[in-house]
Design a protein around this ligand. Structure first.
Ligand code: ADP
Ligand code: ADP
Ligand code: ZN
Length: 214
């Protein structure tokens, strides 16, 4: 099963992708997590990506597409995978499409998690991310058992720099301009499924599973 998660920043793509990856035992591939790991390890890619991420801008397609195209050809992706945060532009979607066609493969579902802008700022300011495994929590909607400590791996939680309100608005604008057109792109391919992302995260999950198993 090859799945793309679509939705605004903070819509809950990562939360759902992690739950789906656990259920279906397929890898969760988050370009945001890959860039953050590169920043942490101070790689060349990390240095370049950071310049854009800190400003709430997208990392250029040239730095993003090959990375994903390589990743999905690894052994653990044979059964399927969940792409979270990629593609984010039409050229990225076209590059993915081209690579999949060459591999005689295709995306099965693009799941759009719908959350209106007015809910997003509250989600982002309350989001806490694990420095170890990338799991995300929310101080109100999805708190950890012990404050500031990841339930999954025991490492420390942080508020991401780009989740501060001034950057969030910028990221939302970028989303509407560059990423939202992907909804029509995947609708035209006949693989788009929409779910209401404003309800409890377990209900969002059940709605997605229903789509995948119908
Ligand atoms: P969120 O889950 O809040 O949408 P991500 O972790 O997916 O955030 O992404 C964080 C940042 O990483 C983005 O704002 C962007 O700068 C960069 N990024 C992640 N994925 C991509 C991508 N596919 N193309 C370009 N930039 C990306
Ligand atoms: P994305 O990957 O789309 O940027 P996340 O999965 O990181 O989004 O979720 C953003 C924030 O909202 C996190 O703090 C997360 O715990 C919280 N969240 C996710 N899904 C829901 C939901 N259905 N209801 C309330 N909060 C949610
Ligand atoms: Zn963790």
């Amino acid at each position: 099963m090859k799945i793309i998660m679509l939705g605004a920043p903070g819509a809950g793509k990562g939360t759902q992708a992690k739950m789906l990856a656990d259920k279906y035992e397929i890898p969760h591939i988050s370009t945001g997590d890959i860039f953050r790991a590169n920043i942490k390890n101070e790689t060349e890619l990390g240095k370049k990506a950071k310049e854009y991420m800190d400003k709430g801008l997208l990392v250029p397609d040239e730095l993003t597409c090959n990375l994903v195209v390589d990743r999905i050809q690894q052994e653990d992706c044979k059964k399927g995978y969940i792409l979270d945060g990629f593609p984010r532009t039409i050229p990225q979607a076209e590059a993915l499409d081209k690579a999949l066609t060459e591999l005689n493969d295709k995306i099965d579902y693009a799941i759009n998690v719908e959350v209106p802008d007015e809910n997003i700022v509250g989600r982002m300011s309350g989001r806490r991310a694990c420095v170890g495994c990338g799991a995300t929590y929310h101080i109100v909607y999805n708190p950890t058992k012990e404050e500031g400590i990841c339930d999954r791996c025991g490492k420390e939680l942080i508020l991401r720099d780009d989740d501060k309100p001034e950057t969030v608005q910028k990221r939302l604008n970028v989303y509407h301009e560059q990423t939202q057109p992907l909804i029509d792109f995947y609708k035209n391919k006949g693989v788009l499924k929409e779910v209401d992302g404003t309800v409890d995260m377990n209900d969002v999950f059940n709605a997605i599973v229903k789509v995948l198993e119908s």
